[in-house]
Design a protein around this ligand. Structure first.
Ligand code: PGA
Length: 255
């Protein structure tokens, strides 16, 4: 796991964006795993500004709320259209987002896994982290081997996301999310976390034990994993100075 600590979220975002730019430029038909939430917004803005060629890019989103139509103001379908897809040259047929209105959720989830495999697997997966350590919507006690499936959101996640909905009551209880096993199958993972409210979950994921109570800790098992943090999100890391030294003294800059 590489830990990259930057003075600001903007600086960390710019470094993370480079990995996605490289993926798209080196492999025009690459498969991207994408995330929603406030954390990746600036990264999407950076990718849009670069006018990259998205015509052959395929995307798979991590998750979606169950019960929200694509048109709902808080659906992740709409979020992705408005924050990224409407602004790039992606072919609509190459976009995959879990269907919150799927009638047969079990079948939908199995098909989603198949579609990822048929696309050749995810080349680079973007991740945020919840204050409870979730990745995608894999809440604490998710199986570390889980695949795409129906999950129930924790009260903490529903409280965290109430800010987007107006009130906590309006936040759905259920979601479809790629599993932790699905995420770990990506060839490369990139996790972004900014702000003091993420510091505990980040320190626990990076330096704590691998365990289902912090789903992001499973990323310790991934062989090509980079965590981009601002100073606030890094503030509870015990080895922060070590990570800074490692990054500043990398023998060969891979980026
Ligand atoms: P956030 O959400 O980017 O809005 O903080 C992250 C997450 O819940 O995974």
């Amino acid at each position: 796991m590489e830990i990259v600590i930057q003075p600001t979220a903007a600086a960390a975002t710019t470094l993370a964006a480079r990995l996605f730019v490289k993926a798209i430029r080196q492999k025009p038909a690459c498969v991207l795993g994408l995330a929603t939430g406030s954390t990746p917004l600036a990264l999407y803005r950076e990718l849009i500004a670069l006018n990259l060629d998205w015509r052959n890019v395929t995307t798979f989103n991590l998750d979606e709320y169950v019960g929200l139509s694509p048109e709902h103001s808080q659906s992740y379908y709409r979020f992705m259209q408005e924050t990224l897809f409407q602004h790039v040259t992606i072919d609509k047929r190459n976009i995959h987002i879990p269907d919150g209105l799927a009638e047969d959720i079990l079948k939908f989830c199995a098909d989603y896994e198949t579609r990822i495999v048929e696309a050749g697997g995810i080349d680079i997966q973007l991740l945020g982290i919840g204050t409870d350590g979730h990745i995608g919507f894999n809440e604490p006690t998710s199986s570390l081997a889980s695949r795409t499936r129906l999950k129930t959101l924790t009260p903490q996640t529903r409280r965290d996301n109430a800010r987007f909905f107006g009130s906590e009551d309006e936040v759905p209880h259920h979601c479809i999310t790629m599993g932790i096993g699905t995420i770990l199958d990506a060839r490369q993972c990139v996790l972004l976390a900014f702000g003091k409210n993420k510091a505990h979950a980040v320190a626990d994921a990076v330096e704590g034990a691998v365990r289902a109570m912090n789903p992001a800790s499973a990323l310790q098992m991934h062989p090509n994993m980079t965590v981009f943090l601002d100073e606030d999100a890094a503030s509870e890391l015990r080895l922060a100075d070590y990570y800074r030294w490692v990054y500043e003294n990398k023998p060969e800059r891979a980026d």
